[in-house]
Design a protein around this ligand. Structure first.
Ligand code: PLP
Length: 396
């Protein structure tokens, strides 16, 4: 679209609409942290030459290395986080609706619905974007399980949710899709609740291309997931239940192993970039940033801000357009929230005004291993300028 027109459409036309954008070649939202190809190829070679293409020694190694890192009894590698969540609920057999936040990725709710359970959506906290514990307590009566997401990698108060689950006598699963590398109370995310499920898809901190890891300290849960990823077949072809094909291939395991080996270095970079964003954005009126609880460590899978339109001077949507005009690609995670999506609107049986508001305010900014700090600074100055200009125009 022609720049001048769109600048005007955004309602934020600057004094010189024809000047060059801040990023003439564009700044992407995400760049998957691919490990060196030669290392992945070398890692894969033996399995490949032996014709072991799926669920072979590399998958076993990935499971062992991740169980060690996460300090859990079992890690079962699966084809995706979504399949891992489905199998976790297949193992835990919730006997009533599953409580989960609406402010999460759709797949959390999909997994619940695929096992025949009904999602019961709760509110999120507008400061942390995490599932609201008080709302959870209020709606836990009659629930069959809890599914809590570590949003953008920030640990979701896992011990408090464990206490609630224990008091209610129901299982607790964490959607840890964003959180491979996050820590709470000096423990890795992975060992909380009855199971935690990670994603290895391309936008996550550790990547396989596609893939998931189910971490659990429960032998019975691990066993059902191992059988369940293989059609429900424990090896004798007498399937015990209706399973899936959710195996992980050796190709994916090779990539994941190399990606996992880089994780600690990767996290240092991510957390430095997040700190740089925070330090600068704290001075921009009307912008909130997600802050993990004291002592917690996030992977910063996404760096997400919330725009308070009256204070900032422009809406989140106007900021999206203004950033796009400067070449900056962003995402509105998670808008629409799940209870507003066509797939789940029917099970949304109460209004969720806080979630609606948060969803309309959030914006995830570029953050990846090779993002230049100077580019990050330029993104922040675009945001600050939009706010200043909009405030000046409204005569504030
Ligand atoms: C990416 C994501 C998933 C789905 O992961 P897949 O591996 O793509 O199935 C589930 N939950 C959340 C919160 C996610 O961000």
């Amino acid at each position: 679209m022609p720049m001048t027109n769109s600048r005007m459409e955004s309602g934020l036309a600057g004094p010189d609409p024809d000047r060059r954008p801040a990023f003439p070649d564009g700044l992407p939202f995400v760049r998957p942290p691919v490990p060196p190809f030669e290392r992945v190829a070398a890692r894969l070679e033996s399995s490949y030459r032996h014709g072991q293409l799926t669920n072979g020694p590399l998958v076993r190694e990935l499971e062992a290395v991740s169980a060690d890192r996460l300090q859990v009894a079992h890690v079962v590698a699966v084809a995706s986080c979504t399949a891992g969540l489905m199998l976790a609920f297949r193992a835990l057999e919730p006997t009533g609706p599953v409580i989960l936040p609406s402010f999460t990725f759709s797949a959390s709710a999909h997994a619940v619905a695929w096992v025949g359970a009904r999602p019961r959506f709760i509110e999120c906290d507008p400061a942390t974007f995490l599932a609201d514990l008080d709302d959870g307590r209020l709606y836990v009566d009659g629930a069959g399980a809890l599914l809590i997401t570590h949003i953008f990698g920030a640990p979701a108060a896992p011990r408090a949710w464990e206490e609630l689950a224990t008091a209610a006598g129901i299982p607790l699963v964490f959607d840890a899709a964003h959180a491979l590398g996050s820590r709470h109370a000096d423990r890795p995310i992975g060992g909380f609740g009855d199971a935690e499920v990670f994603s290895l898809s391309p936008t996550k901190p550790v990547i396989a291309g596609e893939g998931g890891l189910v971490a659990t300290n429960r032998d019975d849960v691990a066993e059902v997931i191992r059988i369940g990823r293989d059609y429900g077949n424990p090896g004798d072809y007498d399937t015990r239940f209706v399973g899936l094909n959710a195996r992980m291939s050796e190709f994916h395991a090779a990539t994941a192993l190399e990606s996992l080996a880089e994780l600690d270095d990767h996290l240092v970079v991510r957390s430095a970039l997040a700190a740089r964003y925070r330090e600068q954005l704290v001075d921009v009126a009307g912008i909130r940033v997600q802050v993990p609880a004291p002592g917690d460590e996030s992977t910063w899978k996404d760096f997400t801000i919330a725009v308070d339109a009256p204070e900032f001077g422009a809406t989140r949507d106007q900021l999206v357009v203004a950033l796009a005009l400067e070449g900056v690609d962003t995402r509105c995670y998670f808008d629409p929230p799940v209870h507003r999506q066509q797939s789940h609107a029917a099970s949304a049986d109460r209004p969720l005004p806080i979630t609606d508001r948060v969803a309309s305010e959030v914006l995830s900014l570029p953050l990846y291993r090779d993002l230049l700090p100077t580019d990050l600074d330029r993104v922040v100055s675009v945001i600050a300028d939009v706010g200043k200009l909009a405030t000046a125009r409204s005569g504030a």
